[in-house]
Design a protein around this ligand. Structure first.
Ligand code: SAM
Ligand code: SF4
Length: 329
């Protein structure tokens, strides 16, 4: 079974931010003092998340990503992974993490058949890493990266590239893909930082491409997977690959396959919408499985054409500035 939106896009990938809490303070994501966290009872509990994943799985969803905030900060995250695995609908369970807390869980993740981890790493320079994340965890993240590779995980590196901050890290970061099948993806900065700063000097996907092309003349575009937001390139001399994600330019919306559930249970049918429905409140009001499924289908049918339309449709004054820690990326 497939759920399609009104633009004939098959929507079969759900991303859930299981917490809004984080132990880093990446400056593109939130202010130094952090964001006001939701009271715990406002977050979806594991039973609720598992129920929603079952309903989506029954309706044809095939891919799930757990994100946050930092997903490994939430108590018993492994239990949620076990429950999701047991549902049997999601062949691969994906996680996006900052890598600071994952290390001790790696054997368990492997045992659960989890193979895909996206690790955020914006610089290989310890000082710059600390400036960007406002925390002192560079070694921990690198140790996790190496451990994940040693255990055979497919690792994607997410690096947000910002003018005047870490453009000099682009080429060094590509070297992470030299001897392994790592995919290093460079992301345009988006305005989702809690509203404390404007993004007015964007280092665009085009700028990233030009930087890469200046170094790797044989940058060769690859055919990408269904719904992939990155343009992926191979380069001779790199075993892995390089990707560029035009997250702000939004040139990938025509192949979008995603639905997002924020930490407090709001549905986002587009990253740039303001949250279109509280599935948490609906569920807690006693909605049946059939009603929840019908609601998901209705919301997907109304999914906007692209991120620009979604942004325009936001309620006036509710600009696209909420912290990514509540959305999940
Ligand atoms: N804490 C985890 C992590 O950092 O990987 C998961 C949540 S984080 C919000 C998910 C992704 O969003 C990260 O790769 C992060 O780099 C990206 N991100 C956060 N704020 C962003 C922004 N303003 N623009 C672009 N990407 C952003
Ligand atoms: Fe935390 Fe991830 Fe946001 Fe950084 S990007 S502050 S690690 S949620």
């Amino acid at each position: 079974m497939k759920i399609k939106d009104s633009y004939d896009r098959t929507i079969d990938y759900v991303r859930i931010a299981i917490t809004d809490r984080c132990n880093l303070r990446c400056f593109y994501c939130m202010p130094a003092e952090g964001i006001p966290y939701e009271p715990k009872q406002h977050l979806l509990n594991y039973e609720e998340i598992t129920r929603l994943l079952r309903i989506l799985g029954e309706a044809g969803f095939k891919k799930v990503r757990f994100t946050g905030g930092e997903p490994f900060l939430r108590k018993d995250f492994i239990k949620l992974l076990e429950n999701t695995h047991a549902l049997g609908y999601y062949k691969s369970i994906h996680i996006t993490t900052n890598g600071t807390l994952i290390q001790k869980h790696i054997p368990k993740l492997k045992a659960l058949g989890i193979t895909n981890i996206n690790l955020s790493l914006d610089s290989l320079d310890k000082e710059r890493f600390e400036t960007i994340t406002r925390r002192n965890d560079f070694e921990k993240v690198m140790a996790s990266f190496n451990d994940l590779l040693a255990h055979g995980f497919n690792v994607k590196i997410n690096a947000v590239i910002m003018n005047g901050v870490n453009t000099q890290d682009i080429i060094p970061l590509t070297q992470l893909a030299k001897h392994t099948r790592v995919s290093v993806r460079f992301i345009e900065e988006m305005p989702f930082n809690g509203g404390y700063k404007k993004v007015d000097d964007l280092f665009t996907a085009k700028n990233i491409y030009t930087t890469l092309k200046g170094h790797f003349q044989d940058l060769t575009p690859q055919v990408t997977a269904h719904g992939d937001t990155a343009t992926v390139y191979k380069v001779s001399g790199l075993e892995g690959s390089i990707g560029i994600i035009p997250a702000f330019s939004r040139s990938f919306c025509n192949t979008c396959n995603r639905l997002r559930i924020t930490s407090k249970g709001d549905i986002k049918t587009c990253l740039y919408d303001g949250g279109v429905f509280s599935i948490r409140d609906y569920l807690r009001s006693g909605a049946s499985d059939a009603e929840l499924e019908a609601k998901f289908k209705e919301l997907i049918r109304l999914k906007p054409k692209d991120g620009f339309e979604a942004e325009q449709l936001r309620v006036k004054g509710n600009n696209a500035t909420e912290s990514m820690s509540t959305i999940g990326g």
